[in-house]
Design a protein around this ligand. Structure first.
Ligand code: SF4
Length: 455
């Protein structure tokens, strides 16, 4: 029986560090095509039973953080959010005939951008728009990504009155020099203040995001950031590697003016963070995520009931994910669809009474099998190929002969073990899980520099 406690093996992490997808979907968004038939994608949504997980993309931010690769609209004009809410309301109306009959809302997530860019009355209006179309399921999970720099107590209270109980804060790093180098000044005292607000308002769960590999970071500065993060006592911590992809996010070219940590220094930061977080009792969930041992995510990971979707790891699976707003991605049983990424294109479509679907993907039966396989690995670190093959009516020996061959070096390095047709990821293998998953990805072309490096 393989231990379930992850073990960070620096030399192996370094050996297998290469670009790879994060597998919030399979196939990944790189396969989405404008040629996909929107009618077919929408049919799949209607035929996927509820309840629903709704995602709303709120793209506005007051200033651009130079490390950011999200789809954002930088503005100080609050009126833009009013016009955007008009369009969200219209988009939800346009989507109505394509939704399944069960409109109960099991999950709601506000992402961006910065949802806290919205004023308190705008957040209240968003709550009314959503409330008019969806009915909360029993014990719904409402979460929002919040920027401490634009949050205030009134906004926290409005979010809570709508039913939000989960808050996620981007902290990244508390060192003032690092913050200047990434154009995101957010003092430690501000973080503590907003945490007191959300906890005081009755939010049940707090996540904070940290980023390693940022300019000016050293092990000494990042040790202080980890101290602060642990002192904030969040329920969950996401520890992201800074993804330097200036071909996707041109502002990252500004980051290059500062000295970025070397690959070795990044490994130092990661190794230290893993030691500190697990030493403080946080459980490594997989792919950058840590949670307190009594957090539902950690319990789901231990029980083998963890799921993964566009928002990362989740305790709830098989939901029809309906996403609204520019660039948002929806997922139904056998299809993905993505909205227009540009605000003008999104607005034009909605203003003309069209759903703003820009591209999508209809899964083939083979994709469905490989999605099962990859999500099993990402969420459970274990894979019963015979069961997956039986569930999908496929001879796995033939289908995955190449994958087995690709995994041979990792098997020799003790990162995975085969027992017949069952694959187990060993404790050091857990830190390179996406590289292991790539062996089963028909579309992965590692030579191409289209993804960020895994570390
Ligand atoms: S990191 Fe967050 S707040 Fe900063 S620009 Fe990106 S989305 Fe906006």
């Amino acid at each position: 029986m393989i231990s379930t406690v992850p073990r960070f093996d620096r030399s192996l992490v370094k050996k297998y560090d290469r670009s790879g997808p994060r597998y919030t979907s399979y196939p990944t968004a790189l396969q989405f095509s404008p040629a996909a038939d929107p009618a077919e994608l929408l049919d799949d949504c209607r035929n996927t039973p509820g309840p629903l997980s709704v995602y709303v993309h709120l793209p506005f931010c007051e200033s651009l953080c130079w490390f950011c690769a999200c789809t954002t609209v930088i503005t100080l004009d609050q009126g833009k959010a009013d016009a955007y809410l008009d369009r969200l309301e219209r988009e939800i109306d346009l989507m109505d005939p394509h939704l399944p009959s069960d409109r109960s809302l099991a999950q709601l997530h506000l992402g961006g951008g910065s949802p806290s860019f919205l004023s308190a009355p705008q957040i209240a209006r968003l709550g009314r728009i959503l409330g008019a179309s969806f009915t909360p399921a029993p014990e719904p999970e409402f979460s929002a990504e919040l920027d401490p720099r634009t949050l205030n107590e009134e906004k926290v209270d409005v979010l809570r009155s709508i039913g939000f109980t989960r808050a996620s804060f981007g902290v990244q790093d508390v060192n003032p020099e690092v913050q200047l180098a990434i154009h995101r000044v957010q003092p430690d005292a501000m973080n503590r203040k907003v945490l007191a607000w959300v906890r005081g308002a009755g939010f049940e769960s707090v996540n904070i995001d940290l980023v390693y590999g940022l300019p000016k970071q050293t092990t000494a500065t990042f040790a202080n950031t980890l101290d602060a993060a642990l002192d904030y006592a969040p329920d969950r911590i996401a520890l992201f590697s800074y993804a330097h992809v200036p071909w996707v996010a041109p502002a990252q070219k500004i980051v290059e003016r500062s000295v970025l940590p070397s690959a070795e220094e990044k490994l130092d930061l990661l190794e230290m963070a893993v030691e500190r977080l697990t030493g403080a009792g946080y459980v490594f969930i997989g792919m950058d995520h840590f949670a307190k041992a009594d957090d539902p995510l950690a319990i789901a990971a231990a029980n083998g009931t963890l799921h993964r979707n566009f928002q990362g790891y989740s305790t709830r699976g098989d939901l029809n994910l309906s996403a609204f707003g520019m660039s948002s991605i929806s997922q139904s049983a056998r299809a993905y669809r993505q909205n227009q990424k540009d605000l003008r294109d999104y607005s034009d479509a909605v203003d003309n009474g069209r759903l703003p679907v820009a591209r999508g993907y209809r899964l083939t039966p083979r994709d469905e099998l490989r999605r099962t396989v990859i999500m099993e690995l990402m969420c459970r670190f274990r894979l019963d190929l015979d069961k997956a093959g039986a569930d999908h009516g496929v001879d796995v020996r033939e289908e995955f002969a190449a994958a087995r061959k690709n995994l041979t070096p990792m098997e020799e390095d003790g990162l995975v073990e085969w027992d017949g047709n069952t694959l187990a990821v060993t404790p050091p293998g857990r830190f390179i899980i996406r590289n292991i998953a790539m062996a089963f990805d028909t579309y992965a072309r590692p030579a191409e520099n289209r993804h960020a490096r895994t570390i």
